[in-house]
Design a protein around this ligand. Structure first.
Ligand SMILES: [Fe+2]
Ligand SMILES: [Fe+2]
Length: 383
């Protein structure tokens, strides 16, 4: 009998001292700890080892040289006071102060202690989404290794898989060692990544991850880098962002080439994917679990927040979304996706007010200027 088999036990049976339990986890434990996803894409083994794509070769060589060691190059002995380091100027904290003054507000008894706690919970929630998103990126990069037909892209995606492993690991470690309990993955992010892992077209993994989610991540990491003073987190974010800039360049280079070969009908699918994943995603919900941990029912507080947002004109995602679209739109222009099919995507984004970013700087060569690892190493060598 195993520890999980209770069918023949009775309550008054004496407990027998058991050895180590090697039984498999129960179904419920499996459900809680794993999510199973079916990948519908075919894997490709290629016999063409010629290095034909010079820019990808350069990017791969750069990736090898700029890999960093998460154990030796970050100072994990740094003392972090989570409450002091949280962003107390977070737009949600400001909105909560307004909400507290509204009639019948569930926050009416809140004082400084609660606002400080809210800032900390928001920080944990955000870093938790980074952690889960990084694991998703690791799996999508591994999928690209298997499904992309070009050897140079397989090599590069392998380095990205390692980068994403390191990112997942450092966010998990930072949460665990410095801040406290992580939050579950937001259903919005989970759906967004699951779709990429299931799709049977290899380029959709790129389009969703390297072009959309990584542009989103760069904007979010940049936001946190600007607001935190904590040296370990700052360095960690700088190093992660340097890797991400390469990943976005990888997407632009690969898809820029591939999309030249596709028919209008095939490209229409990709344009629709972009509309679906950008305009629709603007209306995503915030993290209800933060409110639960603060002892407030999300449904009670949400309508008041909407009101406070309207009144103040201040939304927690406005500046962040600007950062996101300022990267996404020019990157998409580079792929030639805006104007095919009679400018279908341009028209959709124009209506959503996003075309002001068309000629913002794209991320195709950011990685050259943004090599924080090489900069730090050069400074250390110079003494
Ligand atoms: Fe990453
Ligand atoms: Fe990445």
């Amino acid at each position: 009998m195993t520890a999980t088999d209770h069918s023949s036990e009775t309550d008054d049976m004496p407990t027998v001292a058991a050895g180590p339990d090697y039984s498999l986890p129960s179904d419920a434990e499996m459900q809680a700890a794993f999510k199973l996803i079916e990948d519908n894409a075919q894997r490709i083994f290629t016999w063409k080892y010629d290095r034909e794509r010079e820019q990808l070769v350069t990017l791969y060589n750069k990736a090898m040289a700029s890999q960093w060691n998460s154990v030796t190059e970050l100072d994990w002995s740094t003392d972090v006071d989570p409450e002091r380091e949280a962003n107390h100027d977070h737009a949600t904290v400001h909105l909560a102060r307004r909400v507290a003054e509204m009639p019948g507000s569930p926050l009416k008894n809140w004082g400084d202690k609660e606002y400080r706690q809210l800032a900390l919970e928001l920080q944990k929630a955000q870093l938790s989404q980074f952690m889960h998103g990084e694991q998703g990126a690791m799996m999508v990069a591994a999928k690209i290794v298997e499904t992309v037909p070009w050897i140079d892209a397989k090599y590069y995606a392998s380095t990205q898989t390692m980068d994403e492993a390191r990112h997942t690991e450092v966010f998990a470690k930072y949460l665990h060692e410095k801040l406290g309990e992580a939050y579950p993955m937001s259903p919005f992010l989970e759906d967004q990544i699951t779709v990429l892992l299931e799709d049977d077209r290899w380029d959709i993994a790129y389009l969703g991850m390297q072009i959309i989610i990584e542009s989103l991540a760069l904007a979010a990491f940049g936001d946190m880098l600007r607001t935190t003073q904590e040296p370990l987190l700052k360095k960690l974010l700088r190093y992660v962002m340097a890797d991400e800039a390469r990943h976005v360049a990888f997407g632009i280079l690969s898809l820029g080439e591939y999309y030249q070969e596709l028919t209008d009908a095939e490209l229409k699918d990709r344009q629709e994917f972009m509309v679906e994943n950008t305009i629709r995603s603007r209306s995503r919900a915030s993290t209800p679990e933060v409110w639960e941990r603060m002892g407030v029912k999300f449904d009670d507080v949400l309508p008041l927040f909407m009101e406070a947002v309207k009144e103040s004109g201040r939304s927690p995602i406005n500046s962040f979304q600007r950062g996101f679209f300022a990267k996404l739109v020019p990157n998409t222009r580079k792929l030639g996706l805006l104007d095919r099919n009679g400018g279908f995507l341009r028209e959709q984004w124009e209506q959503a007010g996003l075309m002001e970013f068309e000629f913002a700087e794209d991320t195709a060569s950011d990685y050259e200027a943004y090599d924080e690892v090489a900069k730090d190493r050069a400074a250390a060598a110079a003494g």
